[in-house]
Design a protein around this ligand. Sequence first.
Ligand SMILES: Nc1ncnc2c1ncn2[C@@H]1O[C@H](COP(=O)(O)OP(=O)(O)OP(=O)(O)O)[C@@H](O)[C@H]1O
Ligand SMILES: [Mg+2]
Length: 345
Amino acid sequence: MILVVDDDATVRMSLGLLLKRAGYTVTAVATPGEALDVVRGESPEVIIMDMNYSSTTTGEDGLTLLRQVKIFRPEVPVILITAWGSIELAVEGMKRGAFDFITKPWDNRLLLSRVETGISLARDAAVPRPGHCGDENRFEQYGIIGRSPALLKVLETVERVAPTDASVLITGENGTGKELVAKAIHDLSRRSSSPLVKVNLGGISQSLFESEMFGHARGAFTGAAADRKGRFEMADGGTIFLDEIGDLDFSCQVKLLRVLQEHTFEVLGDSRPRRVDIRVVSATNADLPAMVREKRFREDLLYRINLITLHLPALRERREDIPLLVAHFAALSTMSSFPLRRWSC
Ligand SMILES: Nc1ncnc2c1ncn2[C@@H]1O[C@H](COP(=O)(O)OP(=O)(O)OP(=O)(O)O)[C@@H](O)[C@H]1O
Ligand SMILES: [Mg+2]
């Protein structure tokens, strides 16, 4: 199957016709979101995608989609469709793993030969999918119990994104296991031997935010008796887990965004910029896109923290996991007096 992604219906139709006549099966979609749904479920032989989607003309949406697609299907060749004259964008796309690009208007014969080349190269390079041993219980080592299709689907994505440095936003109701999943992402990543530092952004007041996150030098303010390391510095080389990110004060959001964009920050009372290498995993039970519409959450911050979203289903949506969980906790409570926390069901 060849996946065509373009918001222009004429392009979808003409590419669809051309490829079908050449004997391929074609799935054509209009938005990056639909394209991601397709690649999560199955592996196309080739993806042909446009770089610009209604809201932008900078190609930013296309580059983001390319990164997302590469996380789920690193082996699938991607051919970019760029507007005539945007060669820089095409080069950037190639740097980020696209196989080739074509400019509009394209030459049909050239396009078909590129599709063919892509398919045959991918076939030659075919390797077994990494990390998938197929054992449905493999997440138990991270304390995640459950074999329902809804949970396994999320856990498969966890395996896909964990080895990358992509920012992940974990959503779901209280008690659905967001923190467990954040820890699994860290443990399955190349950063696992470095720290996983959790910050509960819901519990941080605006005045404490800077000293907590960036640290302070001795004497930076009254009461700062000694140097204090901030959470970003503690997480250097590892993962920072921004929990309850939907509760972060609006004025602090811009300060957080700056660090995530530039990977540098300043310790209070010390103006030398410090550089950190961190991977960001965030979690919330809030509806962040709705908060963006209500102007309570910054859109640019949401974009930064959310290359991939993982939505954890509530237990009521995966009742078949209940017996497994009961058995798990019963076994734990006979070993110790295990404190049962709240459940979402
Ligand atoms: N699939 C699961 N298997 C085993 N234990 C689970 C699972 N999901 C949740 N739990 C347990 O339920 C409790 C809550 O999980 P966790 O703290 O990860 O949820 P959360 O989504 O972060 O909740 P909150 O929104 O309240 O912070 C923990 O004790 C966790 O170990
Ligand atoms: Mg939590």
